[in-house]
Ligand binder design. Sequence first.
Ligand code: APR
Length: 232
Amino acid sequence: MAGDIVILTGAGISAESGLGTFRDAGGIWARYPLEDVATPEGFARDPALVHDFYNARRRQARAASPNPAHAALARLEASWPGRVLIVTQNIDSLHERAGTRAVRHMHGRIDRARCAGCGHRWDAPDEMHPHDACPACTAPRTRPDVVWFGEMPEHMDEIWDRLRAAALFVSIGTSGNVYPAAAFVQDAARAGAYTLELNLDPSAGAADFDETRHGPAGRIVPAWVDEMLART
Ligand code: APR
């Protein structure tokens, strides 16, 4: 088998690195109302609360290390004869820290900051606060460079182009509840790709995949990459 691969990843791929998922029992959205911490309206109401939430997540993400699933995908990218694109819903940088180069963050990055006034982006400090000044325009309108509910995910034109060109689409560690990512399996299948789910348990869209394998990402992703590279 050859051809282009598009891999969608979600919180489940970082779970074994110690970063919490959102919708599992005791997940992030069971502990923090998402309307308060992950919407533009919540940020307008209480920016200090939202910064506190993302400051804590930035601390956790910086302290975490890539796990064998991230490392396996870096190995696949380095050795696969076609193009491999990782499209992640995660705001951590564990794919990059494992050595993967082609990563698109649909939901932004916790280690970046953005000015809501002029759009300038820069590396986030450890702690962000309301009224921090933008280093470019000095407006006190800095925010985490993440995509909130109700905002447009990033890189969508490129992602849809690559889904249309893919021979294989793989979804790893995502519950399949958030669009547009939840529809990628259908977009890719319509364009002729073979589709595979690798997840701890069946996602909301599991029935849409040609093949599903269930188990912890740290075990099933390296095993799948070994199989793929053995065929090249
Ligand atoms: N290995 C593989 N999969 C796992 C593991 C693991 N060790 N642990 C949990 N999972 C699976 C869960 O079974 C679940 O299906 O990962 C999935 C995580 O789902 P969610 O918590 O819903 O996370 P995700 O799908 O990434 O959420 C999408 O929702 O709130 C937003 O912006 C947030 O990017 C996020 C988006």
